[in-house]
Write a protein that binds this ligand. Structure first.
Ligand code: NAD
Ligand code: ZN
Length: 359
């Protein structure tokens, strides 16, 4: 099944080696329907969010390097234009779908069966192990594409496909109940500003930690109970004292760390109240969480890693957006701006998410 209007070439943003030049390829080969393998789907990507993970990938920050050359991107929203012959799926040409980080998994191993699809040994990651959404036409896998609800604009859906699903899942891992204090550290960024909204939507009391007036104002508009500017509470445990102070003097029940820098992690272990949960989400390179064993035991703390979410988490995360409970703060720019967006992101100068328009 295919749409006959598929061109032979399209625009893609590509790098050939980590930290190397980022080039806009206006003659990038578009995989033709006849080239698709069973299970694959060709998506006309219309919008794609830019996640800090894409920046980590380009910089080669993590232990396993991405494939190269690489078309990054894993918050793609668009329409199905072709489905490989021999594919069993309920998708149809013309359906609105999302490309998330987890491009594929086997769905048949212990991890997949337990709903932890991201830890499948056969997992493929969009914009890392396979080409992603920084292109007009992307090949993805039918069984992991996410249906986008009717009426949800694609540019709004895009940031939900990584940032939204990841923080929604992380909040589930936080083990909190309505009325509990939850700290979001990195709260003004792509993941963080959505975490604040999901947390508020399910009744948590939210403390956002980030820096700058733009982010302070953004978070106030979501009903965050408190904003703490980490640069104003710099030295000698002052941030820890302030977080405890605003959370009834006892500290929060949970902390979701969505910062791309490492500093936020160890503070969290100090300010959590007994039985508190630290949910590790942000992925700074070469960073270790240093937990004092005595206090970890004495305060009965939990440290949990949370890695994106599964297909159901993605559907739930989009549903919050479709119902207007969560509204990504987006600025839409042309696909060609990707490199400039990376520079701004590196400086912490992107409140919310930048979404690129792939046409
Ligand atoms: P972003 O750049 O949009 O946001 C990061 C925010 O952290 C910025 O607003 C920045 O000002 C803030 N920050 C920096 N240092 C801080 C500190 N010490 N305390 C508090 N805030 C601080 O990035 P993003 O796209 O939201 O991604 C954040 C991180 O999450 C990245 O490392 C990314 O790779 C990772 N990530 C993880 C998963 C997962 O599955 N665990 C999924 C997606 C992204
Ligand atoms: Zn991401």
């Amino acid at each position: 099944m295919s749409n006959p209007q598929i061109p032979k070439e399209g625009v893609a943003v590509v790098f050939d080696k980590c930290n190397g030049p980022i080039r806009v390829d206006k003659h990038h080969h578009v995989v033709q329907p006849s080239e698709l393998k069973p299970g694959e789907v060709l998506v006309r990507v219309e919008y794609t969010g830019v996640c800090h993970t894409d920046l980590h990938a380009w910089k080669g920050d993590w232990p396993a390097a991405p494939k190269t050359p690489l078309v990054g991107g894993h918050e793609g929203a668009g329409h199905v234009v072709a489905i490989a012959d021999g594919t069993t799926t309920t998708l149809k040409v013309g359906d609105a779908v999302g490309i998330k980080w987890l491009a594929d998994s086997c769905l048949n191993c212990e991890n997949c069966r337990l709903g932890s699809e991201a830890t499948c040994d056969l997992a493929q990651c969009s914009g890392y192990t396979v080409d992603g959404s920084f292109q007009q036409y992307a090949v993805s896998f039918a069984r992991h594409l996410t249906p986008i609800p009717d009426g949800l604009p694609l540019e709004v859906a895009a940031p939900i496909l990584c940032a939204g699903v990841t923080v929604w899942k992380a909040l589930k891992e936080a083990n909190a109940k309505p009325g509990d204090w939850v700290v979001i550290s990195g709260a003004g960024g792509g993941l963080g500003h959505l975490a604040v909204q999901y947390a508020a939507a399910v009744g948590y009391r939210v403390v956002g930690i980030d820096t700058g007036d733009d982010k302070r104002k953004l978070l106030a508009s979501y009903g965050a109970d408190t904003f703490i500017d980490f640069k104003q509470f710099g030295g000698e445990g002052k941030l820890i004292e302030e977080v405890k102070r605003v959370c009834d003097g006892k500290g929060p029940h949970a902390a979701i760390i969505t910062s791309a820098g490492g500093a936020a992690y160890n503070d969290a272990l100090e300010y959590l109240r007994p039985h508190g949960t630290l949910v590790a989400v942000g992925l700074p390179p070469d960073t270790y969480i240093k937990a004092n064993v005595f206090w970890t035991v004495f305060k009965s703390l939990r440290v949990v890693g949370s890695y994106v979410g599964n297909r159901q988490d993605a559907i739930e995360a989009l549903d919050f957006a479709a119902r207007g409970k969560v509204k990504p703060q987006i600025v839409v720019e042309p696909l060609e701006n990707l490199e400039k967006v990376y520079h701004r992101m590196e400086q912490g100068a992107v409140p919310g998410r930048i979404v690129l328009k792939n046409f």
